[in-house]
Design a protein around this ligand. Structure first.
Ligand SMILES: [Zn+2]
Length: 710
């Protein structure tokens, strides 16, 4: 079977909607707790300590370790390893009973990724095999083995484990950590199943344009969705009010199609536990947006760790209280429900207990205002898994550039999944941003055209639509008609020392150049697509100053002072507007963070959107601004990201921001009755003007919620 039929066949492996109704509990919990047991926990801690902490944190749901790697109950399944400290106790049963007394939703954690010598000896085909044909020892616990995620260990053995857990405890759900294998597996099952499905041998190359690799990317997904449904069926047969929750999902670089994930999952957990390396504090909010793009109004839960998350994995560490607060603030502001996770029931460092308790109690007080119906953002940024799978090529950096630019611009926005571009999913948006979305099918291009025909606007960058859904180069942009330009046949992959001339004379007071009035030229990006206009454009506000030598210094002068090569194409299309940058402005911005690029990105979205934003916030600092509607209220979240540790290192202290002026455009038919600042605990005075209200927020420490009763 060739690749094309495989691609077409895949959507049928998972129906458009889950065949099971969502369990009735899924929308209830707002504050999750997780206690991940370690093998020597049984008998070495007092469960009452944790019951008390769950109560004090007002947690309404919990995830408790059950089985898989280690069973914390007297399992009868052969090869299901009981904790050596368990004796004949039923620790899991005791914990479940205590949590139920507190009225909590209870799910059980399993982890199938590692196993023991007796399993390897009895079932060698359950073990993952490396590229050289050797069974894989565990990288961190070398006395253990890594299991194959796509074979009988998961499909048969772990299904039995789930059945046993569900029969014994009738819990609300089963969470499965590390369920999708640990990298490529070359075991006999993977080899035979892949060959039978696709005709290919398992790929040895990571190049997504290698036909076997592309087939593998799709086949592996099909296999995992099949596994998910196998587990779901097994669990539902015993308890129709339960579900399985595989730990899965993410953005453009994640492996499983979020469209299908969103259709299958009644609720899902986003597992980005903390910042590490060069990561902005909005990264958790981005995670929320990625999941919500696929899950819509289904509850999305954000797992945060109380410890330091770096490649060295200090799993028993404790993070600074300020860092914890900021991370959770951005998670909540972007519509996720928090889930704290603690590894090990025996505490080696208790400093996290109080900050998390304080945070959770505050969130419990705010609960009514956190039960969101919908976000009111009018800008949607597309993240493209297709581009991630089949093109790779720094797909994420283009998105991150937009994310940072829109945060700096304080423009509320959402993320949009590339395979959910139908009118229902886009109806909330005025403007769609396409950050180098290379891989688009003809049908997806038609959906984007239809969006513009309905009055929507577009801002696209670089190689957007220059590939088909498999990332294969097209002869022309799929969106050439909208851009008004055709592909010129060449991509300049690496530009050094190139600039943009700002055409203030030819395009006076152009909205794209707002804030750049005194700039005659600014830096260019790093890569650009040569294009040929096929429509008539007004004079371009940005033109190319080509690269010239950057050494020796005597040679550093422009060889060509100006050209008429436009570097942005702006058109009005009916009620909509289209802006196309034929270069990597967003990716370069993420790499270099040049403020001139931030202004261009902001101005392009503002010009394209061509209507007042749902909320404007003026004042000093960097804020993540989100705006939501609930049953009887609107909320504006202000998360103060202003901090010397914003891009690296845990935050040491929260630094209060000065006064912010907030103007909210109320949806048609709504009037504000009362406005409160939830963190400050104060009623706010506001002015009504037409459909807008304006108020002052005197200060923001980490997180303020402007709660507008309507
Ligand atoms: Zn395998």
């Amino acid at each position: 079977m060739g690749l094309a039929p495989l691609v077409r066949a895949l959507p049928e492996t998972v129906p458009a909607a889950a065949p099971w109704p969502p369990p009735s509990w899924v929308d209830r919990p707002m504050r999750w707790a997780q206690l991940t047991l370690v093998e020597n926990d049984p008998g070495n801690f007092a469960p009452s300590f944790w019951f008390d902490y769950f109560r004090r944190t007002r947690a309404d749901a919990v995830c408790l370790s059950g089985g898989g790697c280690v069973a914390y109950y007297p399992t009868r399944i052969p090869f299901h390893h009981r904790s050596r400290w368990l004796g004949d106790q039923d620790l899991l049963g005791e914990l479940i009973a205590g949590c139920r007394k507190l009225g909590m939703v209870v799910i059980v954690r399993t982890d199938p990724h590692a196993t023991y010598d007796d399993v390897q000896a009895a079932h060698p085909d359950w073990i993952a095999v490396d590229a050289s044909g050797q069974p894989r020892r565990h990288w961190a616990s070398p006395e253990m083995w890594v299991t194959c995620g796509l074979g009988p260990y998961n499909f048969e053995f772990m299904t039995e484990v789930k059945r046993e857990l569900m029969r014994r405890y009738l819990v609300d759900g089963i969470f499965i950590n590390r369920w999708d294998g640990s990298g490529m597996c070359y075991c006999e099952h993977c080899r035979e199943n892949f060959k039978a499905a696709t005709g290919y041998e398992l790929p040895r190359s990571a190049n997504p344009q290698d036909p076997a690799r592309r087939a593998y990317i799709l086949w592996r997904q099909g296999r995992l969705f099949e596994l998910w449904q196998t587990w779901e069926r097994a669990v539902r047969e015993i308890n129709p009010e339960a579900c399985v929750i595989p730990n899965t999902g993410g953005g453009a670089t994640s492996a499983l199609d979020m469209k299908r994930v969103g259709a299958l999952a009644p609720t899902l957990m986003a597992d980005r536990q903390a910042r590490h390396g060069l990561m902005a504090p909005w990264a958790i909010g981005m995670n929320a947006k990625e999941y919500r793009a696929a899950l819509g109004r289904k509850p999305v839960v954000g797992i945060f760790s109380v410890g330091v998350e770096e490649p060295y994995r200090w799993k028993d560490s404790v993070q600074s209280a300020a860092e914890l607060r900021l991370w959770v603030a951005d998670l909540v502001a972007n519509g996720m429900r928090p889930w704290y996770t603690k590894f090990g029931a025996v505490l080696h460092d208790e400093r996290w207990l109080k900050p998390v308790e304080d945070l959770y109690r505050r969130l419990a007080d705010w609960e009514t205002y956190l039960r969101n119906d919908r976000p009111l953002a009018r800008v949607g940024v597309v993240y493209s898994q297709q581009t991630g799978w089949f093109v790779g090529n720094q797909v994420e950096d283009h998105i991150l550039g937009w994310y940072q630019a829109l945060i700096e611009a304080r423009l509320p926005f959402e993320l949009v999944h590339d395979r959910l571009l139908d009118s229902a999913h886009l109806s909330q948006f005025k403007t769609l941003v396409l950050p180098n979305v290379v891989a688009l099918s003809d049908a997806q291009c038609r959906q984007i055209e239809a969006f513009v025909e309905r009055g929507g606007s577009l801002v696209a960058t670089h190689q957007t639509s220059l590939g088909n859904e498999l990332g294969e180069r097209r002869t022309d942009f799929g969106l050439a008609g909208l851009f008004g330009v055709s592909f010129g046949g060449k991509i300049e992959a690496r530009m050094q020392n190139a600039y943009l001339r700002l055409e203030h004379e030819a395009a006076p007071h152009h909205p794209l150049l707002q804030g750049l009035e005194d700039a005659p030229r600014i830096i260019h990006g790093v890569s650009r697509v040569e294009v040929e206009p096929r429509a008539t454009f007004p004079p371009a506000p940005l033109t190319l100053i080509p690269s010239y030598p950057d050494l020796p210094m005597e040679m550093v002068y422009p060889r060509v002072p100006r050209t008429d090569v436009a570097q942005v194409f702006l058109r009005e299309q009916g009620q909509g507007r289209v802006a196309y940058f034929p270069w990597d402005i967003d990716r370069t911005f993420w790499e270099v963070l040049c403020v001139d690029h931030a202004k261009l990105l902001r101005n392009a979205v503002t010009w394209a959107t061509n209507e007042p934003a749902p909320v404007t916030v003026t004042g000093p600092g960097v804020l993540d601004v989100t705006v939501w509607q609930q049953a009887h209220s609107l909320t504006v979240h202000l998360v103060n990201l202003t901090n010397p540790m914003m891009l690296k290192g845990p935050v040491r202290e929260l630094i209060p921001l000065g006064e912010q002026v907030v103007t909210v455009r109320l949806p048609t038919g709504l009037r504000a009755k009362r406005v409160r600042l939830l963190a400050a605990g104060k009623v706010a005075h506001f002015q009504h003007r037409n459909s807008e209200i304006t108020l002052h927020v005197p200060s923001v420490l980490d997180h303020e919620v402007v709660a507008i009763d309507v």
